[in-house]
Design a protein around this ligand. Structure first.
Ligand code: PRP
Length: 179
């Protein structure tokens, strides 16, 4: 039997210019909010890499960066909502003003768990910044401090986000349509 090839099409949801404009606005707000302080940006790999870098370049208070990688524990009922750290931060966050940077908050499970974990490490402050938010999909509460765009429940790729590890390098946020 011939293998069936699934065609994928990506259409622009948020253009490169729109994302860039919003990133500048968020960076300005963060710079104002943290005036006189320095911030530790915690990039959640891999989807947040592009957003974290673009944001970091435009923040005018001193910035340090660190990276963490996590995956949710399967779909067993008992473990739902907990994350497994697959690459931990290199530096302690104790007494640091930490901003966790995400590409997207969906069910909220990853961020709910990650913020709970980081708060046990006693940062001076802990906030969350996400490029995209899908509030309709929320299953657990997460307080988002800085949001780029609220979007509908569509499968988005680009600007760091993937489908099967592809499309992360698109300079815009697109919607993936499978045909
Ligand atoms: C995405 C995203 C968040 C999480 C959000 O990561 O970057 O970490 O899912 O989903 P939630 O709100 O339902 O928990 P993903 O697992 O796709 O990994 P990636 O960033 O490496 O692509």
């Amino acid at each position: 039997m011939a293998e069936q090839v699934m065609e994928e099409k990506v259409t622009v949801l948020i253009s490169e210019e729109e994302v860039d404009r919003r990133v500048r606005e968020i960076a300005k707000k963060i710079s104002e909010d943290y005036a006189g302080k320095s911030v530790r940006l915690v990039c959640v790999l891999k989807g947040s890499v592009f957003f974290t870098c673009e944001l970091a370049k435009r923040i005018t208070v001193p910035v340090t960066m660190d990276f963490i990688s996590c995956s949710s524990y399967g779909n067993g009922t008992e473990s739902m909502g907990r994350v497994k750290i697959t690459k931990d931060l290199d530096e302690p966050v104790k007494d640091k003003h930490v901003i966790v940077i995400e590409d997207i908050v969906d069910s909220g499970r990853t961020l709910n768990s990650l913020l709970a974990l980081l708060s046990t490490r006693k940062p001076a402050s802990l906030r969350l910044c996400t490029l995209l938010d899908k509030p309709d999909r929320r299953e657990v509460d997460v307080k988002v401090d800085y949001t780029g765009f609220q979007i509908e429940n569509k499968f988005v790729v680009g600007y760091g986000m993937d489908f099967d590890q592809k499309y992360r390098n698109l300079p815009f946020v697109g919607v993936l349509e499978k045909e």
